[in-house]
Design a protein around this ligand. Sequence first.
Ligand SMILES: *Cc1c(COP(=O)(O)O)cnc(C)c1O
Ligand SMILES: [Zn+2]
Length: 409
Amino acid sequence: MFDHLPSHVAGLTCVLCGASFTDPMTWACPHCGPSSRMDVRYRPAPADVLARFASRPFDQFRYRELLPLPLGAELPPIQVGGSPVSSAARLAEWFGVAGAFVKDDGRNPSASTKDRPSAVAVVLAKAAGAERVVCASTGNAASSLACLAASMGIPATIFVPKRAPAPKLAQLRIFGARVLRVDADYDTTWELSQRIATRRPWFNRNCAVNPYLVEGKKTISLELADQLRERIPDWVAVSVGDGCTYAGVVKGLEEAHAVGLIPRVPRVLGVQAEGAQPLVRALDGDGVLHVEPAETVADSIAVGHPRNFVKALWAARRNGGRFVPVNDAAILEGMRQLAQLAGVFAEPAAAATVAGVREAVARGIIPANATVAVLVTGNGLKDTATALTAVDGPEDVPADEAAIEARLG
Ligand SMILES: *Cc1c(COP(=O)(O)O)cnc(C)c1O
Ligand SMILES: [Zn+2]
Protein backbone atom coordinates (compact mmCIF):
# COMPACT_ATOMS: atom_id res chain seq x y z
CA MET A 1 0.00 0.00 0.00
CA PHE A 2 2.66 2.55 1.00
CA ASP A 3 6.34 2.29 0.10
CA HIS A 4 7.22 4.16 3.28
CA LEU A 5 5.45 5.72 6.24
CA PRO A 6 4.44 9.40 5.97
CA SER A 7 7.04 11.60 7.69
CA HIS A 8 4.83 12.45 10.70
CA VAL A 9 4.29 8.74 11.49
CA ALA A 10 6.97 7.22 13.74
CA GLY A 11 6.07 3.57 13.23
CA LEU A 12 3.80 0.65 14.03
CA THR A 13 3.81 -0.84 17.53
CA CYS A 14 2.59 -4.33 18.45
CA VAL A 15 -0.17 -3.98 21.06
CA LEU A 16 0.84 -7.31 22.64
CA CYS A 17 4.64 -7.05 23.08
CA GLY A 18 5.38 -3.39 22.31
CA ALA A 19 7.89 -4.11 19.51
CA SER A 20 8.11 -1.31 16.93
CA PHE A 21 8.37 -1.53 13.15
CA THR A 22 8.89 0.99 10.37
CA ASP A 23 7.87 -1.18 7.41
CA PRO A 24 4.37 0.15 6.68
CA MET A 25 3.15 -3.31 5.68
CA THR A 26 4.00 -5.06 8.97
CA TRP A 27 0.39 -5.70 10.02
CA ALA A 28 0.99 -8.71 12.27
CA CYS A 29 3.85 -8.95 14.74
CA PRO A 30 6.52 -11.49 13.76
CA HIS A 31 6.95 -12.36 17.47
CA CYS A 32 3.27 -12.55 18.48
CA GLY A 33 1.69 -14.03 15.34
CA PRO A 34 -1.51 -13.42 13.39
CA SER A 35 -3.73 -12.60 16.39
CA SER A 36 -1.56 -9.55 17.21
CA ARG A 37 -2.57 -6.06 16.09
CA MET A 38 -0.52 -3.00 15.20
CA ASP A 39 -1.03 0.51 16.50
CA VAL A 40 0.07 3.56 14.51
CA ARG A 41 2.46 5.80 16.49
CA TYR A 42 3.03 9.43 15.55
CA ARG A 43 5.99 11.74 16.05
CA PRO A 44 5.39 14.48 18.65
CA ALA A 45 2.86 16.95 17.26
CA PRO A 46 4.22 20.36 16.19
CA ALA A 47 3.90 23.09 18.86
CA ASP A 48 1.28 24.96 16.83
CA VAL A 49 -0.87 21.89 16.18
CA LEU A 50 -4.02 23.36 17.81
CA ALA A 51 -3.74 26.46 15.64
CA ARG A 52 -3.37 24.23 12.58
CA PHE A 53 -6.50 22.29 13.53
CA ALA A 54 -8.43 25.52 14.10
CA SER A 55 -7.42 26.88 10.67
CA ARG A 56 -9.22 24.01 8.87
CA PRO A 57 -12.89 23.17 8.29
CA PHE A 58 -14.57 21.16 11.05
CA ASP A 59 -14.48 17.62 9.67
CA GLN A 60 -12.34 14.56 10.33
CA PHE A 61 -9.43 15.73 8.16
CA ARG A 62 -8.97 18.78 10.41
CA TYR A 63 -6.75 16.43 12.51
CA ARG A 64 -4.46 15.32 9.70
CA GLU A 65 -1.28 15.55 11.87
CA LEU A 66 -2.86 12.62 13.75
CA LEU A 67 -3.89 10.58 10.70
CA PRO A 68 -1.65 8.14 8.77
CA LEU A 69 -2.13 9.82 5.38
CA PRO A 70 0.58 10.96 2.96
CA LEU A 71 0.93 14.75 3.08
CA GLY A 72 -0.97 16.40 0.26
CA ALA A 73 -3.10 13.30 -0.41
CA GLU A 74 -6.36 13.92 -2.28
CA LEU A 75 -9.30 14.02 0.17
CA PRO A 76 -12.95 13.09 -0.50
CA PRO A 77 -15.06 16.02 -1.77
CA ILE A 78 -17.94 15.19 0.59
CA GLN A 79 -17.85 16.05 4.30
CA VAL A 80 -16.93 13.19 6.61
CA GLY A 81 -17.19 13.77 10.36
CA GLY A 82 -17.86 17.20 11.83
CA SER A 83 -21.02 15.78 13.39
CA PRO A 84 -22.88 17.88 15.97
CA VAL A 85 -22.85 17.51 19.75
CA SER A 86 -25.88 18.61 21.73
CA SER A 87 -26.52 18.72 25.45
CA ALA A 88 -29.42 16.56 26.57
CA ALA A 89 -30.73 17.55 30.00
CA ARG A 90 -33.84 15.36 29.91
CA LEU A 91 -31.82 12.33 28.84
CA ALA A 92 -29.41 13.03 31.72
CA GLU A 93 -32.37 13.04 34.10
CA TRP A 94 -33.55 9.67 32.75
CA PHE A 95 -30.01 8.30 33.14
CA GLY A 96 -29.82 9.69 36.69
CA VAL A 97 -26.59 11.63 36.07
CA ALA A 98 -25.55 15.29 36.34
CA GLY A 99 -25.32 16.00 32.61
CA ALA A 100 -25.38 14.34 29.20
CA PHE A 101 -24.23 15.10 25.66
CA VAL A 102 -25.19 13.33 22.45
CA LYS A 103 -22.83 13.26 19.45
CA ASP A 104 -24.94 12.35 16.43
CA ASP A 105 -22.57 10.53 14.10
CA GLY A 106 -25.51 9.21 12.11
CA ARG A 107 -25.13 12.55 10.31
CA ASN A 108 -22.39 11.27 8.05
CA PRO A 109 -22.60 10.74 4.27
CA SER A 110 -23.80 7.14 4.47
CA ALA A 111 -25.31 7.66 7.95
CA SER A 112 -22.83 5.87 10.21
CA THR A 113 -19.46 6.24 11.95
CA LYS A 114 -18.06 3.74 9.42
CA ASP A 115 -17.63 6.68 7.03
CA ARG A 116 -14.62 7.75 9.12
CA PRO A 117 -12.45 4.64 8.45
CA SER A 118 -13.86 4.32 4.92
CA ALA A 119 -12.69 7.86 4.16
CA VAL A 120 -9.18 6.93 5.31
CA ALA A 121 -9.40 3.81 3.12
CA VAL A 122 -10.30 5.66 -0.07
CA VAL A 123 -7.66 8.34 0.50
CA LEU A 124 -5.00 5.64 0.89
CA ALA A 125 -6.39 3.67 -2.08
CA LYS A 126 -6.23 6.75 -4.31
CA ALA A 127 -2.73 7.67 -3.12
CA ALA A 128 -1.56 4.10 -3.78
CA GLY A 129 -3.09 4.08 -7.26
CA ALA A 130 -5.30 1.08 -6.44
CA GLU A 131 -7.58 0.06 -9.33
CA ARG A 132 -10.49 -0.81 -7.11
CA VAL A 133 -11.52 -1.00 -3.44
CA VAL A 134 -13.06 -4.13 -2.02
CA CYS A 135 -14.65 -5.38 1.17
CA ALA A 136 -16.90 -8.11 2.49
CA SER A 137 -19.84 -6.97 4.62
CA THR A 138 -23.57 -6.55 4.51
CA GLY A 139 -23.64 -3.66 6.87
CA ASN A 140 -22.48 -0.12 7.45
CA ALA A 141 -18.86 -0.77 6.43
CA ALA A 142 -20.00 -1.82 2.96
CA SER A 143 -22.47 0.99 2.33
CA SER A 144 -19.94 3.46 3.64
CA LEU A 145 -17.16 2.18 1.39
CA ALA A 146 -19.49 2.26 -1.62
CA CYS A 147 -20.41 5.87 -0.81
CA LEU A 148 -16.86 7.18 -0.24
CA ALA A 149 -15.47 5.27 -3.25
CA ALA A 150 -18.16 6.83 -5.45
CA SER A 151 -17.20 10.30 -4.16
CA MET A 152 -13.56 9.74 -5.20
CA GLY A 153 -14.36 8.02 -8.51
CA ILE A 154 -12.86 4.69 -7.43
CA PRO A 155 -14.68 1.49 -8.48
CA ALA A 156 -15.82 -0.70 -5.57
CA THR A 157 -16.55 -4.41 -5.32
CA ILE A 158 -18.52 -5.61 -2.32
CA PHE A 159 -18.93 -9.28 -1.40
CA VAL A 160 -22.15 -9.95 0.50
CA PRO A 161 -23.46 -13.21 1.93
CA LYS A 162 -26.68 -14.69 0.62
CA ARG A 163 -28.73 -13.29 3.52
CA ALA A 164 -27.86 -9.64 2.85
CA PRO A 165 -30.86 -7.45 3.78
CA ALA A 166 -32.59 -5.50 1.02
CA PRO A 167 -32.12 -1.93 2.40
CA LYS A 168 -28.36 -2.41 2.54
CA LEU A 169 -28.25 -3.86 -0.98
CA ALA A 170 -30.16 -0.77 -2.11
CA GLN A 171 -27.53 1.55 -0.59
CA LEU A 172 -24.72 -0.45 -2.21
CA ARG A 173 -26.25 -0.56 -5.66
CA ILE A 174 -27.34 3.07 -5.73
CA PHE A 175 -23.76 4.13 -4.96
CA GLY A 176 -22.76 2.06 -8.00
CA ALA A 177 -20.75 -0.68 -6.31
CA ARG A 178 -20.37 -4.03 -8.00
CA VAL A 179 -22.10 -6.40 -5.58
CA LEU A 180 -21.21 -10.09 -5.61
CA ARG A 181 -23.81 -12.01 -3.63
CA VAL A 182 -22.12 -15.23 -2.55
CA ASP A 183 -24.19 -18.35 -2.01
CA ALA A 184 -22.76 -18.80 1.51
CA ASP A 185 -22.70 -17.35 5.02
CA TYR A 186 -20.69 -14.32 6.15
CA ASP A 187 -17.56 -16.17 7.31
CA THR A 188 -17.15 -18.04 4.00
CA THR A 189 -17.84 -14.85 2.06
CA TRP A 190 -15.19 -13.00 4.06
CA GLU A 191 -12.54 -15.69 3.47
CA LEU A 192 -13.28 -15.78 -0.26
CA SER A 193 -13.04 -12.01 -0.59
CA GLN A 194 -9.70 -12.00 1.25
CA ARG A 195 -8.16 -14.57 -1.10
CA ILE A 196 -9.53 -13.04 -4.27
CA ALA A 197 -8.62 -9.47 -3.34
CA THR A 198 -5.01 -10.23 -2.41
CA ARG A 199 -4.33 -11.62 -5.90
CA ARG A 200 -5.31 -8.30 -7.48
CA PRO A 201 -4.16 -4.65 -7.36
CA TRP A 202 -7.16 -3.88 -5.16
CA PHE A 203 -7.32 -2.02 -1.85
CA ASN A 204 -8.93 -4.18 0.83
CA ARG A 205 -11.09 -2.42 3.43
CA ASN A 206 -11.69 -5.49 5.61
CA CYS A 207 -10.93 -3.39 8.64
CA ALA A 208 -9.77 -5.26 11.71
CA VAL A 209 -6.24 -6.17 10.59
CA ASN A 210 -5.44 -2.93 8.72
CA PRO A 211 -3.85 -0.60 11.29
CA TYR A 212 -4.51 2.57 9.27
CA LEU A 213 -8.26 2.40 8.79
CA VAL A 214 -9.06 2.29 12.50
CA GLU A 215 -7.22 5.59 12.90
CA GLY A 216 -10.21 7.13 11.16
CA LYS A 217 -12.44 5.97 14.00
CA LYS A 218 -10.58 7.97 16.61
CA THR A 219 -11.58 11.23 14.94
CA ILE A 220 -15.01 10.93 16.59
CA SER A 221 -13.22 11.51 19.92
CA LEU A 222 -10.91 14.21 18.59
CA GLU A 223 -14.02 16.09 17.45
CA LEU A 224 -15.84 15.53 20.74
CA ALA A 225 -12.82 16.93 22.60
CA ASP A 226 -12.58 19.87 20.21
CA GLN A 227 -16.31 20.61 20.65
CA LEU A 228 -16.48 20.31 24.44
CA ARG A 229 -12.94 21.26 25.65
CA GLU A 230 -13.05 21.83 29.44
CA ARG A 231 -16.69 20.61 29.47
CA ILE A 232 -15.48 17.14 28.38
CA PRO A 233 -17.56 14.70 30.45
CA ASP A 234 -16.37 12.08 32.94
CA TRP A 235 -17.57 9.19 30.78
CA VAL A 236 -17.93 8.55 27.04
CA ALA A 237 -20.15 5.64 25.96
CA VAL A 238 -19.98 3.69 22.70
CA SER A 239 -21.28 0.35 21.47
CA VAL A 240 -18.92 -2.51 20.69
CA GLY A 241 -18.89 -5.20 17.99
CA ASP A 242 -15.43 -6.02 16.62
CA GLY A 243 -13.89 -3.55 19.06
CA CYS A 244 -12.22 -1.21 16.53
CA THR A 245 -14.46 1.71 17.44
CA TYR A 246 -13.90 1.32 21.18
CA ALA A 247 -10.12 1.22 20.73
CA GLY A 248 -10.29 4.25 18.45
CA VAL A 249 -12.44 6.24 20.88
CA VAL A 250 -9.95 5.65 23.71
CA LYS A 251 -6.97 6.51 21.53
CA GLY A 252 -8.61 9.68 20.23
CA LEU A 253 -9.31 10.92 23.76
CA GLU A 254 -5.72 10.19 24.81
CA GLU A 255 -4.33 12.07 21.84
CA ALA A 256 -6.75 14.96 22.37
CA HIS A 257 -5.41 15.21 25.92
CA ALA A 258 -1.79 14.96 24.76
CA VAL A 259 -2.13 17.88 22.33
CA GLY A 260 -4.01 19.98 24.89
CA LEU A 261 -7.59 19.93 23.58
CA ILE A 262 -8.97 18.57 26.88
CA PRO A 263 -7.75 18.75 30.49
CA ARG A 264 -8.24 15.03 31.28
CA VAL A 265 -9.09 11.70 29.61
CA PRO A 266 -12.65 10.50 30.24
CA ARG A 267 -13.32 6.85 30.99
CA VAL A 268 -14.92 4.94 28.15
CA LEU A 269 -17.93 2.67 28.64
CA GLY A 270 -18.25 -0.12 26.05
CA VAL A 271 -21.75 -1.47 25.50
CA GLN A 272 -22.49 -4.90 24.04
CA ALA A 273 -25.72 -6.72 23.33
CA GLU A 274 -26.53 -9.45 25.85
CA GLY A 275 -26.68 -11.93 22.94
CA ALA A 276 -23.15 -11.03 21.79
CA GLN A 277 -20.94 -10.06 24.72
CA PRO A 278 -17.53 -11.73 24.38
CA LEU A 279 -15.72 -8.54 25.41
CA VAL A 280 -17.83 -8.10 28.55
CA ARG A 281 -17.01 -11.67 29.54
CA ALA A 282 -13.31 -11.31 28.77
CA LEU A 283 -12.85 -8.01 30.64
CA ASP A 284 -14.83 -9.11 33.69
CA GLY A 285 -13.35 -12.62 33.58
CA ASP A 286 -10.00 -14.12 32.64
CA GLY A 287 -9.09 -11.73 29.80
CA VAL A 288 -9.43 -14.56 27.28
CA LEU A 289 -11.67 -14.46 24.21
CA HIS A 290 -14.38 -17.11 24.07
CA VAL A 291 -16.04 -16.99 20.66
CA GLU A 292 -19.82 -17.29 20.97
CA PRO A 293 -22.83 -17.30 18.63
CA ALA A 294 -24.37 -13.83 18.23
CA GLU A 295 -28.08 -13.11 18.57
CA THR A 296 -29.46 -9.55 18.88
CA VAL A 297 -31.65 -7.02 17.07
CA ALA A 298 -28.62 -4.72 16.98
CA ASP A 299 -27.17 -6.14 13.74
CA SER A 300 -24.15 -3.81 13.59
CA ILE A 301 -22.83 -5.20 16.89
CA ALA A 302 -23.98 -8.82 16.41
CA VAL A 303 -20.40 -10.06 16.59
CA GLY A 304 -19.54 -13.29 18.41
CA HIS A 305 -15.92 -13.32 17.22
CA PRO A 306 -14.61 -9.76 17.63
CA ARG A 307 -11.76 -9.30 15.14
CA ASN A 308 -10.13 -6.50 17.11
CA PHE A 309 -10.42 -8.10 20.51
CA VAL A 310 -6.80 -7.51 21.52
CA LYS A 311 -6.88 -3.81 20.72
CA ALA A 312 -10.19 -3.24 22.52
CA LEU A 313 -8.98 -5.01 25.64
CA TRP A 314 -5.64 -3.19 25.49
CA ALA A 315 -7.46 0.14 25.28
CA ALA A 316 -9.89 -0.71 28.09
CA ARG A 317 -7.10 -1.68 30.47
CA ARG A 318 -5.20 1.54 29.78
CA ASN A 319 -8.31 3.67 30.16
CA GLY A 320 -9.87 2.04 33.21
CA GLY A 321 -12.82 1.44 30.88
CA ARG A 322 -15.73 -0.84 31.63
CA PHE A 323 -18.11 -2.94 29.53
CA VAL A 324 -21.77 -3.68 30.17
CA PRO A 325 -24.30 -5.87 28.33
CA VAL A 326 -27.88 -4.78 27.51
CA ASN A 327 -30.74 -6.95 26.28
CA ASP A 328 -32.85 -6.33 23.19
CA ALA A 329 -35.80 -4.90 25.15
CA ALA A 330 -33.46 -2.36 26.76
CA ILE A 331 -32.03 -1.48 23.33
CA LEU A 332 -35.52 -0.71 21.98
CA GLU A 333 -36.26 1.31 25.12
CA GLY A 334 -32.97 3.21 24.58
CA MET A 335 -34.04 3.95 21.01
CA ARG A 336 -37.35 5.48 22.21
CA GLN A 337 -35.76 7.48 25.03
CA LEU A 338 -33.00 8.92 22.85
CA ALA A 339 -35.53 9.94 20.22
CA GLN A 340 -38.13 11.34 22.61
CA LEU A 341 -35.81 12.98 25.17
CA ALA A 342 -33.06 14.22 22.86
CA GLY A 343 -34.51 14.28 19.32
CA VAL A 344 -32.00 11.80 17.84
CA PHE A 345 -33.06 8.68 15.91
CA ALA A 346 -30.49 5.88 16.26
CA GLU A 347 -30.21 2.44 14.71
CA PRO A 348 -30.35 -0.38 17.29
CA ALA A 349 -26.57 -0.75 17.67
CA ALA A 350 -26.26 2.96 18.43
CA ALA A 351 -29.27 3.01 20.76
CA ALA A 352 -27.65 0.21 22.75
CA THR A 353 -25.25 2.86 24.05
CA VAL A 354 -28.13 4.73 25.70
CA ALA A 355 -29.34 1.54 27.35
CA GLY A 356 -25.76 0.86 28.43
CA VAL A 357 -25.39 4.18 30.26
CA ARG A 358 -28.61 3.51 32.14
CA GLU A 359 -27.33 0.04 33.06
CA ALA A 360 -23.93 1.41 34.14
CA VAL A 361 -25.68 3.93 36.43
CA ALA A 362 -27.87 1.16 37.90
CA ARG A 363 -24.75 -0.91 38.61
CA GLY A 364 -22.96 2.03 40.24
CA ILE A 365 -20.24 2.08 37.57
CA ILE A 366 -21.22 5.63 36.60
CA PRO A 367 -22.00 7.73 39.71
CA ALA A 368 -24.96 10.11 39.90
CA ASN A 369 -22.73 13.20 39.99
CA ALA A 370 -20.98 12.26 36.73
CA THR A 371 -21.39 13.68 33.24
CA VAL A 372 -21.65 11.44 30.17
CA ALA A 373 -21.37 11.70 26.39
CA VAL A 374 -23.24 9.19 24.24
CA LEU A 375 -21.77 8.46 20.79
CA VAL A 376 -24.58 7.70 18.32
CA THR A 377 -22.83 5.63 15.65
CA GLY A 378 -25.64 5.01 13.16
CA ASN A 379 -28.88 6.61 11.98
CA GLY A 380 -32.25 5.04 12.78
CA LEU A 381 -33.43 5.14 9.17
CA LYS A 382 -30.95 2.31 8.48
CA ASP A 383 -33.35 -0.15 10.12
CA THR A 384 -36.92 1.09 10.31
CA ALA A 385 -38.28 -2.45 10.62
CA THR A 386 -36.71 -2.82 14.07
CA ALA A 387 -37.68 0.73 15.08
CA LEU A 388 -41.32 -0.07 14.31
CA THR A 389 -41.20 -2.96 16.78
CA ALA A 390 -40.21 -0.46 19.51
CA VAL A 391 -43.41 1.57 19.24
CA ASP A 392 -47.16 1.20 18.76
CA GLY A 393 -48.59 1.74 15.29
CA PRO A 394 -50.56 4.84 14.30
CA GLU A 395 -54.20 5.26 15.31
CA ASP A 396 -56.38 4.48 12.29
CA VAL A 397 -59.29 6.86 11.92
CA PRO A 398 -61.97 7.27 9.24
CA ALA A 399 -61.91 10.31 6.94
CA ASP A 400 -64.64 11.87 9.07
CA GLU A 401 -64.22 15.08 11.05
CA ALA A 402 -66.72 14.21 13.76
CA ALA A 403 -65.17 10.78 14.29
CA ILE A 404 -61.68 12.32 14.56
CA GLU A 405 -62.97 14.99 17.00
CA ALA A 406 -64.55 12.22 19.08
CA ARG A 407 -61.26 10.27 19.10
CA LEU A 408 -59.29 13.36 20.14
CA GLY A 409 -61.75 13.99 22.98
C1 LIG B 1 -19.62 -1.05 13.35
C2 LIG B 1 -20.55 -0.39 14.27
C3 LIG B 1 -20.37 -0.37 15.67
C4 LIG B 1 -19.25 -1.09 16.38
O1 LIG B 1 -17.97 -0.89 15.89
P1 LIG B 1 -16.89 -2.05 16.06
O2 LIG B 1 -15.64 -1.45 15.58
O3 LIG B 1 -17.36 -3.21 15.23
O4 LIG B 1 -16.84 -2.41 17.51
C5 LIG B 1 -21.29 0.31 16.44
N1 LIG B 1 -22.36 0.94 15.88
C6 LIG B 1 -22.56 0.95 14.54
C7 LIG B 1 -23.75 1.66 14.01
C8 LIG B 1 -21.68 0.28 13.69
O5 LIG B 1 -21.92 0.27 12.36
ZN1 LIG C 1 4.38 -8.52 19.32
